[in-house]
Structure formats: structure tokens, C-alpha cells
Design a protein around this ligand. Structure first.
Ligand SMILES: [Mg+2]
Length: 317
């Protein structure tokens, strides 16, 4: 049974990872070193965008939206979620919500949602579905892998239709769910994630296996052996590779945000998984306290936990 500290750890751990990766997003390993004078291990003012240290991006935006949906509908309800997304998209397209860095696929989906075009999802293999899916893994942690992947598919395809996007989201959701199990080991978490990715035809499971093997058979620094990028395949592969080499929350996040590429999304996904495994106490105080809107995110995570508990008790009686 999932505990409160794990739900808080996963959601706040993801938001901190996102905010830590925000200033380094899109830069290469060397550019990060040059821009910030060496290893980044705290919130920074980005050199290339107008944001403050500790601010998060579209990844956390979407995690919070999904978490609110799960609380309000007491589980995943596709109509409720679609409705929330339409409301969000309308405000976003009217410029009433700041653009925290949405990619092309999400922006296409927002336009389709507002104009009632079906299917609404964009069709490029981005990681937009994987980065936001953590809360679904928390909510359905006790369900079978197949059942979790069914929910993931329903959730992901509203914004992301590409099989690699959906496969990546399955990998992250099931890794999060497995991480909540008492005594689950890192290899078990990653293996379950790969099995989940394989539920989707033409997904990213073969790539995840190759990347993990490559990292496990090498002593080279990760920036020398991993190709960075923004697709679900690259980003989820990088997250799994980092976790396999650096299994603690702080180490993994630091290596993720210094690697280069889609650093905020690596931080979000790694934070979702390892925050769920170790609980909120694994997040350094400095990171927690410097996070934008920390009280709101903390209370939302607590509410999500209480909702999970309520729904469970309802079915057990
Ligand atoms: Mg982002």
C-alpha cells in the first residue's frame, strides 16, 4: 500500500527535477559547464530564457493538471480530463496562462481540443505524455501492469498519438507504480518499465534495453555515451540509464540536469520515479524550499494521497 511520503515525494520530486533542469534545457553538456561555471546542483537563473530560479516548466504544469483531475474525478475519467484540458488549452491559446515551454505536439493538441477536432492528439514521438504521467502510476500502483497501461493509453492519446510517445508514458507510469512497492529494487523498477513499454506495438522497449546494456557495459561518463534529444525514446532511455547508474534521488537529478538536451523532462521523470521510491525525505531541503508554489504542490500531493486512500477504503467495504 502506497504511503503519503511516496506520493508527496513523487510529485514534489518531479517538480524540483523540472525546475532544476529548466535553466539547462536545450544546452549541451559543455555549454552547461561554460554557462554556469561548472556542475549545476541548485536552482539557477537561466541564461537563455526569462525565468526565475526555482520556476518549473510545462512538465509540472501538466503533472498538476493531471493530479487535479485524479482528485476531482476520484480516479482517471477520460471525459473529465479532456474537459480540464480544453479549459486549460482555451486559456493558454488566449494568452491567459504563461507558456512554460510547450512543444509543438502539445500546442497542436491544444488547438485541436479547443476546436473539437478528433482525434486531438499530435502525432510526433515526443515525451510530452511520459513526462506528465507519474500521478497515474501513483493512483493505480496496486493495479496490474496491463491495467495501468490501459489508463495510460486513454490519458496519453488525448494529447499524444504516436506509439513511441504512448509507449514511453507506459514505461514511466509502471516504473513509478513499481517504485512504490516496499523493497522494490532499481533493476525491478526498470525491468517493469521496459515490460510496460513493450505493451505498445512499435514502442520504445527495444531501445530501452539497448541503452541500459550500453551504460551497464561502460565506465565512460554518461555524456560521452548517451545521445541526448527530446523524443520519448531518447528521454525515457536517458532517464532509465541515469537511474541504473545513479540510483539515489539527488545524484540522479544532478546527472540528468547536467547531461544536456531535454534536461527539465529528464528531471521530471526521474523525480517521479525516485521520489516515489524514497519518499519526500530524499529531496534536499534547499531544493524543496526554493521550489515555485511549493505549498500548493505539497497540499495537492497530500490531497491525491487522501483520495487514493478514500477510493481504496470505499472498495474494501
Ligand atoms: Mg519542459
Amino acid at each position: 500500500m502506497i504511503i503519503k511520503e511516496q506520493v508527496q515525494g513523487s510529485i514534489l520530486g518531479a517538480a524540483c527535477g523540472d525546475a532544476l533542469g529548466m535553466p539547462t534545457e536545450g544546452l549541451s553538456y559543455q555549454q552547461i559547464q561554460d554557462a554556469y561555471g561548472g556542475w549545476v546542483n541548485c536552482y539557477k537563473k537561466p541564461i537563455h530564457r526569462s525565468k526565475k530560479p526555482g520556476q518549473w516548466t510545462d512538465d509540472t504544469d501538466q503533472i498538476l493538471l493531471l493530479t487535479e483531475t485524479l482528485i476531482e474525478a476520484k480516479g482517471f475519467d477520460v471525459h473529465h480530463y479532456r474537459h480540464k484540458l480544453v479549459e486549460f488549452a482555451r486559456k493558454f491559446l488566449d494568452g491567459k496562462i504563461p507558456n512554460r515551454g510547450y512543444g509543438r505536439t502539445s500546442r497542436t493538441a491544444f488547438r485541436n481540443l479547443v476546436n473539437n477536432i478528433i482525434p486531438s492528439g499530435g502525432n510526433s514521438p515526443s515525451c510530452g505524455a511520459a513526462m506528465k504521467i507519474g500521478p497515474l502510476g501513483l493512483f493505480y500502483a496496486d493495479e496490474s501492469l496491463e491495467k495501468i497501461c490501459e489508463y495510460v493509453q486513454l490519458c496519453a492519446q488525448i494529447t499524444h498519438l504516436h506509439p513511441e510517445s504512448i509507449s514511453g508514458a507506459c514505461a514511466i507510469a509502471v516504473a513509478v507504480a513499481t517504485a512504490t512497492k516496499p523493497n522494490s529494487t532499481i533493476p525491478e523498477i526498470l525491468k517493469a518499465g521496459i515490460r510496460a513499454a513493450a505493451q505498445i506495438e512499435d514502442g520504445i522497449a527495444p531501445h530501452l534495453k539497448v541503452v541500459l546494456k550500453k551504460v551497464q557495459n561502460s565506465n565512460q561518463p554518461l555524456f560521452r555515451i548517451l545521445k541526448t534529444g527530446f523524443s520519448a525514446k531518447r528521454t525515457v532511455g536517458i532517464c532509465f540509464a541515469i537511474i541504473s547508474r545513479y540510483p539515489t534521488y539527488k545524484d540522479a537529478i544532478e546527472h540528468a540536469i547536467n547531461l544536456g538536451g531535454d534536461t527539465d523532462s529528464y528531471g521530471t521523470m526521474i523525480g517521479s520515479i525516485l521520489g516515489a521510491k524514497y519518499g519526500i525525505s530524499c529531496i534536499p531541503e534547499l531544493w524543496l524550499n526554493g521550489l515555485e508554489a511549493k505549498p500548493y504542490i505539497h497540499s495537492l500531493a497530500t490531497k491525491l494521497y487522501e483520495t487514493i486512500l478514500k477510493v481504496k477504503n470505499h472498495y474494501n467495504h
